[in-house]
Design a protein around this ligand. Structure first.
Ligand code: ADP
Ligand code: MG
Ligand code: ZN
Length: 614
């Protein structure tokens, strides 16, 4: 049913429905029923009737104005109705008496004819009428439902129903840790209230598809033993005008009554898309209303009551900034693709559910699936189990697993689904290049974490720097060190592989921006000194800069930027060139582990001969 029509109680379709039924019944009456009756009545000559009567096979006879109808028993012992025309026959009554056959004339009754007609017209209608009545009742009910939408539609999952705990979520330790605080808060909100602490109202789970965001949200509810209201952003799509907002209002009203509880909005990007400021898109009013209502509700309720809002999305970049503002989804929990250890753990969690050979080696499978998501790994286990059944075995073997890796990974055909071994080495070397350059310059732990697991951002690897992007104060030396670090990724590729890749594009962008800022805004070049050559405009809109100097100066700035970046590049080249062994050993280690901490990094760097046995 079209939603718009359903709003108008949907009478029109019902009329159509009756008309169709009427036509069908008419056709039945005119064409089918008479044929059926005809077929069951056999027309015979009068002479045959007489001979049948004499043979004693006629059971009974009826006579009306135009014909005789009689029944006989055929060879198979079944009763057959026959008819014959009226032949002038004065002896008929005597013959019938002689044969002892009951006979009667049908009384021409106007009534009975009418009754049959009525019956044949009304009886077939009856089931349809009943059905129609039933449906209209149902529809009326549905109509009522749309009035009080969220009430029956926002699913309430009590903790027994989600049945998930953190034990079901393998890996994702960082995400779990971040969510643990929320669980604790839901357990005893008073503890937090007593000290006056406000816990974040909402946390946004961000990560690629299939990494367990939905699973994590359910696990939080399961761990906290609180009601779990879940709604998916896609539920709001195709909703009647105004219903999205109403549903949101209702959801939060219910949640307020059930606090402490969790409200989970899955795929929040479907409603949380950036609102268009151009005003050119007329069709998005509904979504905007829904989003506005959501924002209002999030502001409206008191977090201390214990309602925690979790959101999940794999497209955080398209979310409306207002959603991410403090007081709303002010906490972001990255749920990234699992690393080697994480993958192995996920395989184990799902492997528990199937009968595995005792000698199955999950580590091997985990190694060959770098870049695969949790959902893909779960699927690999399942495919392996299916394969085992196909092969007529009752346990899953290593071979099944290996085969299913190929079917699942090839089946997805996703770009970057699995990184090739060579790519992995290049990415590892690149990332170690950054980290090593940083460490050699500062003589301290350069990073918190280095990983070659593809990130949500699309970067193939990632080096988490301790220092933040924009420091309050940065000396010229520090700024230059940073430039060296930024260029060192590419330099490492040059040194170790003798070729360069496109993987450094983001570094190049950052390095250029930094070098430019050093010259035009920080006054860190001897050539220009303390002259502001660039202005920052629109700093709330992402901080664009615009030149404020002559074209001739602009050309000189470009020259200076190029020279500065080149200087940094050469420094990195010298630095890493002197430490090739460390570069090599660390890269090997990273390829093996996929993620390493700053401490591990320093340990290996400081060891003369790093332990590479595992
Ligand atoms: P998302 O919401 O991030 O797209 P889901 O939470 O729906 O992903 O995950 C899909 C399925 O993949 C889960 O039901 C689970 O079986 C499996 N899965 C994903 N990540 C994990 C994990 N870390 N541990 C265990 N299973 C996982
Ligand atoms: Mg999901
Ligand atoms: Zn890089």
């Amino acid at each position: 049913m079209e939603p718009k029509n359903a709003g108008g109680s949907g009478k029109r379709p019902l009329i159509f429905y009756y008309i169709i039924v009427l036509v069908v019944v008419m056709l039945l009456n005119l064409l089918v029923f008479p044929k059926m009756l005809e077929r069951s009545v056999q027309e015979v000559p009068y002479s045959q009737f007489i001979s049948l009567l004499e043979e004693g096979r006629v059971n009974e006879v009826y006579r009306d104005d135009t014909q005789l109808t009689f029944s006989i028993t055929n060879e198979k012992g079944r009763e057959v109705i026959c008819k014959t025309g009226l032949w002038p026959d004065d002896d008929l009554t005597a013959r019938l008496n002689e044969a002892g056959v009951p006979y009667a004339a049908e009384i021409p009754q106007q009534n009975s004819g009418l009754l049959t007609i009525l019956l044949s017209w009304i009886l077939p209608f009856l089931p349809f009428i009943l059905l129609g009545w039933f449906m209209s009742r149902k529809m009326a009910k549905g109509g009522a439902n749309t009035m009080t939408f969220g009430k029956s539609n926002a699913k309430i999952y009590a903790e027994t129903e989600t049945g998930k705990t953190f034990a079901d979520v393998a890996g994702q330790d960082e995400a779990k840790e971040a969510l643990l605080e929320i669980v604790d808060f839901l357990h005893n909100p008073d503890k937090y209230a007593a000290i006056g602490a406000n816990l974040p109202k909402g946390a946004l789970l961000v990560g690629p598809p299939g990494t367990g965001k939905t699973l994590l949200a359910k696990a939080v509810a399961g761990e906290a033993h609180v009601p779990f209201f879940s709604i998916s952003g896609s539920d709001f799509v195709e909703m009647f005008v105004g219903m999205g907002a109403a549903k949101v209002r209702d959801l939060f009203k219910q949640a307020g009554e059930k606090a402490p509880c969790i409200v989970f909005i899955d795929e929040i990007d479907t409603i949380g898309k950036k609102r268009d400021s151009s005003g050119m898109t007329g069709g998005n009013d509904e979504r905007e209303q829904t989003l506005n209502q959501l924002l209002a509700e999030m502001d409206g309720f008191d977090a201390r009551k214990g309602v925690v809002i979790l959101g999940a999305t794999n497209r955080p970049e398209i979310l409306d900034p207002a959603l991410l503002r403090p007081g709303r989804f002010d906490r972001r929990v990255p749920v990234e693709l699992p690393d080697l250890i994480g993958r192995e753990a996920i395989l184990r969690v799902h492997g528990r559910r199937v009968k595995m050979d005792a000698n199955v080696d999950y580590n091997v499978i985990a190694r060959s699936t770098s870049g695969a998501s949790g959902a893909e790994l779960a699927n690999i286990i399942n495919e392996a189990a299916l394969r085992a059944v196909r092969m007529g075995r009752n346990t899953v073997s290593q071979e099944d697993l290996q085969e299913s890796v190929e079917t699942v990974i090839a089946g997805y055909q996703r770009k970057n689904a699995v990184i090739s071994d060579r790519e992995k080495r290049i990415v590892a070397c690149h990332e170690i290049g950054h980290a090593l350059a940083a460490a050699l310059q500062t003589h301290s732990a350069p990073v918190q974490k280095i990983t070659i697991i593809p990130r949500t951002s699309g970067a193939l690897g990632y080096t988490m720097q301790v220092e933040e992007e924009e420091r309050v104060l940065m000396s010229r030396e520090e700024a230059f060190n940073k430039l060296v670090t930024l260029t060192a990724g590419r330099v490492a590729e040059e040194l170790a592989f003798g070729s360069i890749t496109s993987g450094a594009s983001n570094d190049i962008e950052q390095a250029t921006r930094l070098a430019r800022a050093m010259i035009t805004r920080y006054g860190m070049s001897e050539e220009f000194g303390m002259v502001a050559l660039e202005q920052v405009t629109g700093q709330y809109m992402g901080g664009d800069t615009s030149l404020c100097c002559s074209a001739e100066t602009a050309a000189r700035i470009d020259q200076a930027v190029i020279a500065l970046v080149k200087e940094a590049h050469d420094t990195a080249h010298r630095l890493l060139g002197e430490n090739m062994k460390q570069l090599h050993d660390l890269s090997e280690y990273l390829v093996m582990r996929e993620t390493i901490t700053g401490e591990e990094f320093m340990k290996i760097l400081n060891q003369a001969t790093p332990a590479l046995t595992e």
